[in-house]
Design a protein around this ligand. Structure first.
Ligand code: HEM
Length: 577
């Protein structure tokens, strides 16, 4: 027993000595007392204060100790400030949600579930089954409300109160510390740039039947000829489908923005497309540590790989757009003739050059962010949806056959399917809706409320980060019955063989309300034209020497399928002129 005590004492002594090496004054004092023993206590004067050399040493240690305590309190205050809920102030009762840990909020519960390999939106869905379709979550220091089923999602998207986008650290990082562009802009800036962008793109053919159809067909024919070459070059007609549609999807939007197309073999473009899809995969809405603690925005990028990847991505993208803008500016053609979106924007920059206020929305930086918005929003979403479409078709030959029968019946064999054929092709439309539901390429996205909102006895405070879960809306058993089965028939009225609009309206792939996807019309035309034209000309089958492709998506702000191969067989019918 004695030996145990001795050993414990000597361990404690060693610990104290280590503390002394670190220069901690409180430990110095304990050691001083410890070394001298209680018999050699400092001399005290008549007022009880220590005197002599030993006394002044004690006084110094005490004063250091006070400073140490002040410092500890200051650090605690700083940490509390940086880590406490920052985005809302409220008086009322918050919506129900899981137990909130100090500082960490609900991060421990989320981390525990995601460690089991669950995707964030699956974790949210499980939680919402317990806490309701509108539930509170403290994502670190960020207060969030999750909207989780068809009704809750529809309500929030169509509400004018939830018109803002939530601006978190990553968004500020991508747009020079301010919410610029369209996707993440708010207020007047958003209104003006959204209106300007849609109007200008329309002037160059976006959403107008003839011009849009021509732009898409030009790209489609190039991609089909690429497919023909790949089939010829490959063994047994096996084609690698990952990223097959990316350059085409980008080219369609880019020809409107910058007036030119990229070659599929352009090395610079391939690098940008790769960077873009990497970054989209690395980001999932509301999942980021900078969203949890925005103060870390100033620290994280320098120390983590994801942070560095983001910065590399932004440097590359901003650099690319800046070079383009500068070249066009130097050419000066835009002053007399506006050939595309960039020319019109440059003219607006010149027209507003005298306006140095915050209300000037036409600046170089705005252009860089706007171009990035269209690059990102318009490319990954469309190309991933198309990849998923051909994956599901390949795995469901019965559906493929029915779509091809409809195409052969309705479409003039001498040409490509036209978007005007859509109304006469309910089964194909139903299949595309089922693709969008089943794939849910944008599973989560954010909105924010511009004023407090009362929901029954609860309040959702102004400035809340609203997480809209399209995944939950698209995979709710209550709404769909068998959400995990790929079944286009669910959208059809059995008796009339027409689309059942009530069921169709439950798919909100493009959002809803005033902030609905700005490229919806173009995206729908792209999906229809690419899907039907390729199925008119080819049949897709599983590649025998490759594993059956998985339908489990790769996580990201925009989800995409895992890499897969297909045997692509040219059909005899419907070869376009
Ligand atoms: C299958 C393809 C696409 C899907 C699934 C998709 C999905 C979405 C979703 C869910 C939103 C959020 C809407 C909301 O808050 O209610 C959105 C916004 C947006 N999308 Fe798309 N999108 C697609 C294609 C495109 C294309 C081709 C473009 C460009 C031409 C585009 C440009 C935008 C823009 C600029 C916004 C921001 C709108 C705003 O905040 O005012 N998207 N998209």
């Amino acid at each position: 027993m004695d030996g145990y005590k001795k050993c414990k004492k000597s361990n404690m002594h060693a610990t104290l000595q280590r503390g002394r090496k670190l220069g901690l004054p409180i430990i110095e004092m304990i050691l001083a007392i410890d070394q001298k023993g209680s018999s050699e206590r400092p001399h005290l004067n008549e007022n009880g204060f220590p005197t002599g050399v030993q006394g002044s040493r004690v006084l110094q240690v005490v004063s250091n100790m006070i400073w140490e305590i002040v410092l500890v309190f200051f650090l605690a205050w700083l940490i509390r400030k940086a880590f406490s809920v920052h985005n809302v102030k409220h008086n009322g009762k918050l919506l129900p949600g899981p137990y909130k840990y100090p500082i960490l909020g609900n991060l421990p519960q989320l981390a525990k579930e995601s460690k089991k390999g669950k995707k964030p939106y699956v974790v949210l869905r499980e939680l919402s089954k317990k806490y309701g379709h509108r539930m509170s979550l403290h994502f670190g220091a960020t207060y969030q409300v999750i909207f989780d089923d068809v009704e809750a999602v529809r309500d929030v998207l169509s509400s004018d109160i939830w018109i803002d986008r939530y601006v978190d650290g990553w968004i500020l990082e991508r747009s020079f510390g301010k919410p610029l562009g369209v996707f993440f802009a708010n207020g007047e800036s958003w209104k003006e740039l959204r209106r300007f962008s849609i109007r200008t793109l329309r002037d160059f053919g976006f959403g107008k039947f003839n011009s849009q159809e021509t732009i898409i067909e030009e790209e489609l024919l190039r991609l089909m000829s690429r497919m023909d070459s790949l089939i010829t070059e490959s063994k047994d007609s096996v084609v690698y489908m990952k990223k097959f549609f990316s350059v085409s999807a980008l080219n369609i939007i880019w020809s409107l923005i910058a007036g030119y197309r990229f070659s599929h073999d352009d090395v610079k473009l391939q690098k940008l497309v790769q960077l873009m899809s990497d970054i989209v995969q690395k980001l999932a809405v509301g999942e980021d540590i900078i969203t949890a603690y925005p103060a870390l925005r100033h620290v994280i990028p320098r120390f983590t790989q994801t942070g560095k990847d983001r910065q590399d991505f932004l440097t590359a993208m901003h650099g690319f757009f800046k070079e383009l803008l500068e070249t066009r500016r130097a050419e000066g053609v835009y002053k007399t003739e506006q050939r595309d979106f960039i020319d019109v924007f440059l003219l607006e920059i010149d027209n507003h050059a005298h306006d140095k206020t915050e209300n000037n929305f036409y600046t170089d930086k705005q252009f860089l962010v706007l171009a990035l918005d269209f690059f990102l929003a318009g490319t990954e979403t469309t190309s991933s949806t198309l990849e998923f479409a051909f994956l599901y078709i390949l795995l469901n030959p019965r559906v493929q056959k029915k779509v091809q029968e409809e195409i052969d019946r309705v479409v003039d064999h001498s040409g490509l399917p036209s978007t005007l054929d859509r109304t006469r092709m309910p089964y194909t439309e139903a299949t595309l809706l089922e693709v969008q539901r089943f794939a849910t390429v944008v599973p989560l996205f954010s909105r924010s409320n511009i004023q407090d909102q009362q929901v029954g006895e609860y309040v959702i405070p102004k400035g809340t980060m609203g997480i809209v879960s399209l995944y939950s809306a698209n995979y709710s058993e209550e709404s769909w019955g068998d959400p995990f089965t790929f079944r286009p028939e669910r959208f059809l009225n059995e008796k009339t063989n027409t689309l059942d609009q009530d069921v169709c309206n439950k798919v909100m792939a493009f959002g809803l309300g005033k902030r609905i996807c700005a490229g919806e019309v173009l995206a729908k035309a792209n999906l229809f034209k690419f899907f039907t034209s390729f199925l008119q000309r080819y049949t897709f089958e599983e590649a025998p020497n490759h594993p059956t492709p998985s339908t489990d998506p790769l996580l990201g702000t925009v989800q995409s399928p895992r890499p897969f191969y297909a045997v692509v067989k040219p059909r005899n019918r419907g070869t376009p002129k």
